[in-house]
Design a protein around this ligand. Structure first.
Ligand code: ZN
Length: 166
């Protein structure tokens, strides 16, 4: 718009100039010709802007349409998930009760460690394989291997998982 307004202003100035001599007329003609070239370029720029705007507008329409579809799908899947969860609730409750019953028979120190690690280090319990941690593959030191053989479990010095003797 700025370029366009500037152009129109210049054009008006040239038109108002009173050319009386042939030299003045020819100079004015030259200016008008060069303005014509600018005019053609401006027209092209405006056209390409129009095309861009049309594309943006159609992209926007399709995004809006997709988002509507996605929202609809989300509702469908959410309902399906809730239905599925509801249908499995008795089974989940049964398993939770079984888990709580079994938890009582587990060493409380070990259970505490498991609870600390379960958020970030699944699986928490890993076997020792060829003197390495079954979780991170770090080699277990000689003294730690001795402790593993004596106590049945150790904590990995690298990843913190609980290694049991395989
Ligand atoms: Zn490890």
């Amino acid at each position: 718009m700025e370029t366009y307004n500037e152009f129109v202003q210049k054009l008006e100035t040239v038109i108002k100039e009173n050319a009386s001599t042939p030299a003045e007329v020819s100079a004015q003609m030259e200016k008008l010709n060069s303005f014509h070239a600018v005019c053609v370029k401006l027209e092209k720029d405006i056209e390409s802007l129009r095309v861009s705007l049309e594309r943006v507008s159609s992209d926007f329409d399709s995004i809006m349409k997709n988002s509507k579809t996605a929202k609809g799908n989300f509702e469908v899947y959410k309902n399906r998930f809730n239905e599925f969860k509801k249908s499995r609730e008795p089974e989940i409750a049964e398993l939770a009760a079984e888990r709580d019953r079994l938890a009582k028979s587990i060493d409380s120190m070990l259970m505490e460690k498991y609870k600390q690690k379960v958020e970030s280090k699944v699986p928490v319990f890993v076997p020792s394989t060829n003197n390495t941690c079954g979780g991170c593959r770090m080699e277990i030191s000689g003294s730690k291997m001795k402790s593993l053989k004596e106590n049945g479990i150790i904590e990995c010095e690298n990843c913190g998982r609980i290694i049991y003797l395989a």
